[in-house]
Design a binder for this molecule. Structure first.
Ligand SMILES: [Zn+2]
Length: 461
């Protein structure tokens, strides 16, 4: 028999459009896409009526191991991703303890992750005050890029991640430019957000509304412009994480049109949720930047439809329930971060493609193809011959309501609990092997590989 496995009867989301055909797998790669391939394999997976999607490449995940494994570890986080149709995760350098900001810690944490992840994974390093000398060394150790904060991270715990000032950002960008890897920036003006928050707290104004108002859209916009200006001076590849306003995205587009290597991400929650829902859902929907006015959300959807947003990342940022519950009725004391990575594919497909008509080619571009390209994952992100057979089957004829019990997170909490989803991930394959089935759970031991491919060229649209 020629093929290890053939997926039949599915609607295959190739980069050029959806085709009804069979997909054959050999040696962990897609070997053929065509008709009547089933006769050439002993193993046939019937995907009748289902969408066959490239597994999502989630380039924005927080795993808290080591140091805070009770928040999320590689095992639970990767299970949630795999069950949700994601096959590659790129892991942020913060919220584990210590943060991954030195070569030594990078190598140690790469070891810690071994044999624990159900999905393939890459690790970012961090740019923090005083670690410019570690940048090249972390790049040599396999970092996929470098995350940094212009906003205040707000932790005084030793070893925890710290934000940079403009000087440190500038010097860091120079060092990162030498590696050819991208810098990933959380863009919000630290002085203004800190000042506005302090005013609110001093006045006893500590409701959800006050938190949202302490992080107005212009603080993001200003930081985006400043970072782009520094990127122009340093020639670094700049990727903005979680942009939350159409104005910020427009700046990225403008910079790109001016010839700079600037790209951007948004997250499902900035598209699916807004500040009104934040009031209803409560602290589980606290994140930064904060959720926006419905009119801004509408504008952000428009940017997605225009093709101005490069990637969708979950910014899965888990915490124990005790940190998401208000003891004092003070929203400023609550952990900022949304658990959501298990619903990257199903909920976002429902909202973007089914309800709003985003073309499926655009869906696969922002969830798989583009993130793989931006981070140099040459074999990932496309259902195309020669690519890794990282595949998720999405059944558009099933619907379900998201419940805590369905979640694989270590802390079974989600901003999306109670949401009805009009499709469902039924099967996930990693490099040709079925790793998860809805009716069975996880098939085998974790088999995710560490990805260390370095960025290998300039990517323009
Ligand atoms: Zn994040």
């Amino acid at each position: 028999m020629e093929y290890a496995l053939v997926i039949t009867n599915g609607h295959i989301a190739t980069p050029d459009g959806v085709i009804d055909a069979d997909l054959a797998i050999q040696d962990e790669k897609i070997a053929a896409i065509g008709h009547n391939l089933a006769a050439h394999s002993d193993q046939v997976l019937d995907a009748k009526g289902q969408m066959v999607l490239p597994g999502m490449v989630d380039s924005h995940v927080h795993i808290n191991e080591p140091g805070r494994s009770d928040w999320e570890d590689y095992h639970t986080g990767s299970q949630a991703l795999a069950a949700g149709g994601t096959t590659t995760m790129l892991v942020m350098p913060l919220n584990a303890l210590p943060a991954r900001t030195t070569e030594k810690e990078f190598k140690r944490q790469a070891k810690i992750a071994e044999n624990k992840s159900y999905v393939d994974y890459g690790l970012y390093g961090g740019l923090v005050p005083g670690n410019v000398d570690e940048i090249q060394k972390m790049a040599d150790a396999g970092a996929m890029g470098f995350k940094t904060f212009m906003a205040t991270t707000g932790s005084d715990i030793p070893g925890d991640f710290k934000n940079v000032d403009d000087y440190q950002l500038f010097r860091g960008m120079q060092a990162i430019a030498q590696t050819g890897l991208p810098i990933l920036v959380h863009a919000e003006n630290a002085a203004i957000t800190d000042g506005l928050a302090a005013e609110k707290i001093a006045a006893g104004k500590t409701d959800i509304k006050d938190y949202v108002d302490s992080r107005p859209p212009f603080v993001e916009f200003e930081a985006v412009r400043r970072a782009i200006y520094f990127a122009k001076q340093t020639n670094v590849r700049l990727h903005f994480v979680h942009l939350s306003t159409p104005e910020s995205v427009a700046e990225v587009t403008k910079a790109r049109e001016a010839g700079l290597q600037v790209t951007c991400e948004t997250c499902p929650h900035y598209l699916i949720l807004d500040r009104d829902q934040f009031e209803k859902i409560g602290p589980l929907a606290k994140c930064s930047p904060a959720l926006r006015d419905p009119a801004i959300v509408k504008g952000l959807w428009k940017k997605l439809f225009n093709g101005e947003i490069d990637t969708i990342g979950s910014d899965h940022s888990p915490a124990p329930m005790s940190m998401k519950r208000s003891q004092t009725n003070n929203i400023f004391d609550i952990w900022g971060g949304i658990s959501g990575c298990q619903n990257n594919v199903d909920l976002f497909y429902d909202e973007a493609v089914t309800k709003r008509g985003l073309p499926i080619t655009e869906f696969v571009k922002v969830t798989a193809q583009r993130p793989a390209e931006l981070f140099g994952l040459a074999n990932k992100g496309r259902l195309q011959v020669g690519y890794d057979a990282d595949i998720t089957l999405l059944d558009l004829n099933q619907s379900y309501t998201i419940k805590a019990d369905d979640l694989y997170y270590k802390n079974k909490i989600s901003a999306y609990e109670g949401f009805k989803v009009n499709d469902r991930v039924t099967t996930t394959l990693l490099r040709g092997h079925v790793i998860y089935r809805l009716d069975h759970g996880f098939i085998d031991k974790p088999s995710g590989h560490l990805l260390t491919k370095k960025f290998s060229g300039v990517l323009q649209r």
